[in-house]
Design a protein around this ligand. Structure first.
Ligand code: COA
Length: 260
């Protein structure tokens, strides 16, 4: 697939994925969703890529939401499809991805843009960023996981307030509320992400993949996170990464994880 709305760059085992429609503030239209999905599928199979960063092109926006012009005349059935395809191809896909994905929020993250950032494993914002779920202003509700993930991240009370008022919050408030892990200048945003991805790169890919799965299982009401943890903790002892990690510690050397 030729990518028109997504650009990618690999740096030291990190895939930087840029949503690239700055003239529309990087709004997520169908094509962008397809391209992002394809990019993520390819990166999952690429052993060289240890982690990903998702950001937006330009100085102004991370992603200003789903493309409003595209869904303006949708029917009830089309609205439902839009949401379910988005969950399947992007939002749940990212949350359950086997490699850590960081959202580098470089400006407006609104509606589907904040939902994209919230599906990522964690978020770092630049100090100009503005975040919100303004869907009720358009007569709809958040449909890409926002009603669920915002409450998980900031608590139910703040989530209710943000969703029913449609207010945007700034990066400092997002930090205080736990929606983003760090705030930097716009110039420093990717460097801060790279500081973190360089730590991830030296760790066991298998243990990281398992940790993502187990953390998420605690938010799945069909599963018991503690039981999944016991199971997966046990399985870790059968991996080559475990043998290497423990041997390296005992031999006082740096581990070189095979990733299986
Ligand atoms: N969908 C489609 N196009 C969008 C968009 C979206 N979610 N957000 C911005 N754009 C487009 C604008 O239509 C405009 O296109 P045009 O130049 O062809 O008219 C361009 O991006 C620039 O946006 P503009 O509104 O002129 O910038 P601004 O600085 O005045 O305002 C925002 C910035 C983010 C406050 C404003 O664009 C906005 O409110 N966007 C919609 C946010 C939203 O409701 N998202 C949830 C969608 S479910």
């Amino acid at each position: 697939m030729t990518l028109e709305n997504i650009s990618t760059e690999i740096k030291n085992g990190v895939l930087v994925v840029t949503i690239n429609r700055p003239e529309k503030l990087n709004a997520l239209n169908k094509q962008t969703i397809e391209e992002l999905h394809e990019t993520l599928v390819d990166a999952e199979n690429d052993k060289e890529i240890k982690s990903l960063i998702i950001t937006g092109a330009g100085q102004k926006a991370f992603v200003a939401g789903a493309d409003i012009a595209e869904f303006a005349d949708y029917s009830v059935e089309q609205g439902k499809q839009l949401s379910s395809i988005g969950h399947f191809k992007i939002f749940n896909f990212i949350e359950n991805y086997s490699k850590p994905i960081i959202a580098a929020i470089n400006g407006f993250a609104l509606g589907g843009g904040l939902e994209l950032a919230m599906a990522c494993h964690f978020r770092i914002a630049s100090d100009n960023a503005k975040m919100g779920l303004p869907e009720v202003s358009l007569g709809v509700i958040p449909g890409y996981g926002g009603t669920q993930r915002l409450a998980q991240l900031v608590g139910k009370g703040k989530a209710f307030e943000m969703i029913v008022t449609a207010d945007m919050i700034n990066a400092q408030d997002a930090y205080k509320w736990g929606l983003v892990n760090y705030v930097t200048t716009q110039e420093e945003l990717l460097n801060k992400c790279f500081d973190i991805t360089s730590k991830i790169a030296s760790k066991s890919p298998v243990a990281i993949r398992t940790a993502i799965k187990v953390i998420n299982s605690g938010y799945n009401n069909k599963l018991n996170g503690y039981e999944v943890e016991i199971e997966e903790f046990g399985k870790s002892f059968g991996t080559a990464d475990f043998k290497e990690g423990v041997s390296a510690f005992l031999e006082k050397r740096k581990a070189n994880f095979p990733g299986n």
